[in-house]
Design a protein around this ligand. Structure first.
Ligand code: MEV
Length: 307
């Protein structure tokens, strides 16, 4: 029984979204996680995840292990008892800790595969709620945006604790994703922003309000088919992320290189301090911007059309 889940990218509003401001995220279907579950002759629940060099029986893993905890939670939720003898294989083309949501995608694909294998269908909302609970175990205070966009596989205008809102893309546009190759320490950057906010709430609340306006305007431009207006908003959003201290010299260098190569705007995407940046391009210049990012130190690039 196979199930899959896509990667994701945040277009606008990361970090501010943790403080109940809106953010926009879209799925990235060029990369994905695939989970395959089959009956096994060996006793126990065997997990094979070659991407992270994991080959283990569930009970030998600490119960707070991200993959083990998702499986345990899902089985408890699905009422699977006694423990079956199964083999779970996890394959992924989503780079780990890059800001493309690899952890949430593994969790979503795992829950989906387990629910199908045990003929216990779950609605997207149930999958999303379950994965969010497990995200909280090892991410501190996640907003829930990653699991939501990955579960629904649709563009999402996300507001914490609010029913999911998707948005339409009036006119397709092209984004180049550039990966610094440096793992994004999202838990740490979210924690640092929280400390700054606690020290000077007025200043940081007003930054979050500015970012909220950017996300709301961006949604409007996307829905009304004017994506060319997003570039400037990306540049502004990046400046606010710099003020939040979550950019890095490597991210700034890629953002600058993208703009110099003709991108209409660029910003870091996700937790920051590593991971990915994104650049808005017209489709004709996508390849040359991707090339410029590689020359400026990007470890890989993905060109994706948002539609
Ligand atoms: C991580 O993909 C996005 C952040 O806003 C954290 C979160 O929303 O949980 C940095």
């Amino acid at each position: 029984m196979k199930a899959s889940a896509p990667g994701k990218i945040i277009l606008f509003g990361e970090h501010a979204v943790v403080y109940s401001r809106p953010a926009l995220a879209v799925p990235v279907n060029q990369v994905k996680v695939e989970v395959d579950i089959s009956d096994s002759a060996q006793p126990g629940i065997w997990i094979h995840a070659p991407i992270i060099g994991l080959q283990a029986e569930l009970t030998t893993l600490p119960s707070n292990h991200p993959i083990a905890s998702v499986i345990l939670w899902a089985m408890q939720h699905l009422g699977i008892f006694p423990r079956p003898n199964i083999s779970i294989t996890i394959e992924s083309t989503i780079p780990v800790a890059s800001g493309l949501g690899s952890g949430a995608a593994v969790s979503v694909a795992l829950v989906r595969a387990l629910s199908s294998f045990f003929s216990h269908p779950l609605k997207n909302q149930q999958i999303n709620d379950l994965v969010y609970e497990t995200e909280k175990l090892y991410h501190g205070t996640p907003s829930g945006i990653d699991n939501t966009v990955i579960t629904y596989n649709m563009p999402v205008f996300y507001l914490k604790d609010k029913p999911i809102e998707t948005f339409k893309v009036g006119k397709p546009f092209t984004i180049v994703i550039g990966d610094t190759g440096i793992p994004a320490p999202t838990k740490e950057s979210v924690g640092d922003v929280r400390r700054l906010w606690l020290r000077d709430p007025n200043r940081f609340e007003s930054i979050f309000n500015e970012v909220a306006q950017i996300s709301t305007m961006a949604r409007h431009f996307i829905e009304s088919g004017r994506p060319e207006l997003l570039g400037e908003l990306m540049d502004q959003n990046h400046e606010f992320l710099q003020e939040l201290t979550v950019s890095s010299p490597e991210l700034d260098a890629l953002v600058l290189a993208a703009r110099q190569a003709g991108a209409q705007g660029a910003k870091l995407s996700g937790g920051g301090r590593g991971g990915n940046m994104i650049a808005l391009v017209d489709s004709a210049s996508a390849e040359s911007v991707a090339q410029a990012l590689l020359s400026a130190g990007a470890k890989r690039t993905i060109i994706t059309e948002i539609k």
